[in-house]
Design a protein around this ligand. Structure first.
Ligand SMILES: [Zn+2]
Length: 488
């Protein structure tokens, strides 16, 4: 959870914009920008976590530093971080902090593609877009520089938990909050990005490719949802925060075409080598969903959802939900300070007015089931049903029964019990199944994607998904022997 102290009473001063050379009034001079950026950076890291692979981090940092050294603010101390998130995103904070998710990296086909994304984000920093927004808000009476930093984070409104961020921001800053950059700023970031690419010997036309690849990703998500009879999902990715209508595509194409030069094209093989082995989808640290099972190696626990139920692996809870989403079991880690005994935990967390407790065992783990009432704010008795279980490693877990009303609870109780009864310490078989998927590069076989799809652990539409991560979703075919990405 991100909480940001409000920057009280910051005065306005004047700075010269590094890109335009024009003077602008600001609440964030360079030293404020650096200090606020650093603070927000620490929060981003604690919220999302850096991807724990020093080789990948070093690769992205080297590329970022090279691009930033060609920018108007080459003297800044730049930081480039790969976040451990499967979401498809990238964003920047004032002061020189740029982030890409491991998720977006999988969809990039070459170093030049990734350079396109990073160059654009560098552009937001060099042109002081975050700081300008802080100033506009201050002037508009919203007055929270720190919230603006969250706004910069929100450009990545898709990184896990950003929904919570958004609601928090809207609570603290209220109406009038500008969630993403303005169109002019986006255009300027595109222009700056193209310039940095060209100066670093990457073809700016790769920025067009990036937009196409991400557009196809959205199309794939829509097509898959339709095929499964679901509504198309909301698009919470880099593209969504960068409205890529035809106008933007046209603009970028025009910008790119204004550059002419000799560009090296070794960037594809170098890139594929760099991302070989990168995690695809959920990670060990976040816990893995495989079919009806959920495994968390770090915590040493596993759960199995009843047939037809879904598993939602959230940041603060794992929720097993029934098919129509009206009832489920919410599993949370109990903080140590909530108490030692199961009774004490329930007293502190739920403050029950009345209730009874019954000991039980879940797969050899000692547990206590509580049924009772608690009074909510208007003093109404509110029924609750929860099991506290002592899991591996001296950790207690809260297993809360949830339903939209009493009748639904009655109908769902048997399956909630079934879900609860699956709570267990990881078995040897669980451990073997709890292996994250990774991206590997292999020579394209004669049989093509159908052959690769048959060997893939991806369950649905794996052939299309492989086409997608290889940039040929809309058509085209790699040459036999050419390196392609697969998921293992
Ligand atoms: Zn942008």
């Amino acid at each position: 959870m991100v909480s940001v102290a409000l920057l009280a009473g910051c005065a306005t001063s004047t700075v010269r914009n590094p890109v335009t050379g024009l003077k602008e009034r600001t609440v964030m001079n360079e030293s404020t920008e650096l200090a606020e950026g650093k603070k927000a950076h620490d929060q981003v890291l604690s919220e999302y976590g850096a991807y724990p692979d020093p080789k990948v981090q070093a690769y992205v940092n080297e590329l970022g530093q090279r691009l930033a050294s060609q920018s108007e603010r080459s003297q800044l101390e730049w930081h480039f971080t790969v976040l451990d998130s499967p979401e498809i995103n990238a964003f920047a904070l004032p002061g020189g902090y740029v982030y890409v998710t491991r998720g977006i990296m999988i969809y990039m086909e070459s170093e030049a593609d990734l350079a396109g994304v990073i160059g654009h984000e560098i552009g937001h920093v060099t042109a002081r877009h975050g700081s300008q927004r802080a100033t506009r808000q201050q002037t508009a009476g919203i007055g929270v520089v720190a919230a603006t930093l969250l706004g910069a984070v929100l450009e990545g409104a898709g990184v896990g938990g950003a929904g919570q961020l958004a609601s928090q921001v809207s609570q603290s800053v209220a109406a009038g909050y500008i969630a993403s950059y303005g169109r002019e700023q986006e255009l300027q970031a595109d222009q700056l990005g193209a310039e940095y690419l060209s100066r670093s010997h990457y073809d700016p036309r790769n920025m067009v490719d990036v937009i196409q690849v991400l557009k196809n990703q959205e199309r794939f998500a829509d097509d898959t949802a339709r095929a499964e009879g679901r509504n198309p999902p909301p698009h919470n990715n880099w593209l969504a925060s960068h409205p890529s209508n035809d106008k933007r595509l046209e603009d970028i194409t025009r910008i790119a075409e204004s550059y002419q030069g000799q560009y090296s094209d070794e960037s594809r093989s170098r890139y594929l080598q760099a991302i070989n082995g990168i995690t695809f989808g959920e990670s060990r640290e976040q816990g893995l969903t495989r079919g009806q099972n959920f495994y968390h190696e770090g915590l040493g626990i596993a759960l199995t959802a009843p047939v037809g139920w879904k598993i939602q692996n959230g940041k603060d809870a794992i929720t097993l939900v029934n098919s129509d989403g009206t009832a489920g079991l919410v599993v949370k880690l109990v903080p140590a300070k909530a108490g030692g005994s199961h009774e004490e935990i329930v007293r502190k967390l739920l403050k029950p007015a009345s209730g009874r407790a019954e000991p039980l065992a879940l797969n050899g783990l000692s547990a206590t089931h509580f049924v009772g009432n608690r009074s909510n704010d208007p003093g109404q008795p509110q029924p609750f049903e929860v099991t506290i279980v002592s899991g591996p490693g001296d950790q207690n877990y809260f297993l809360g029964y949830a339903a939209k009303d009493g009748q639904t609870m009655q109908r769902a109780r048997r399956q909630i019990k079934e879900a609860e009864g699956s709570f267990r310490a990881l078995t040897t078989a669980d451990r073997a199944a709890a292996r994250p998927w990774v991206v590997k590069t292999v020579p394209y076989p004669r049989g093509g994607f159908p052959v690769l799809a048959r060997q893939s652990p991806l369950s649905s539409a794996s052939e299309q998904q492989l086409r997608l991560i290889n940039g040929v979703y809309a058509g085209g075919e790699p040459k036999p022997g050419q390196l392609v990405k697969v998921v293992e």
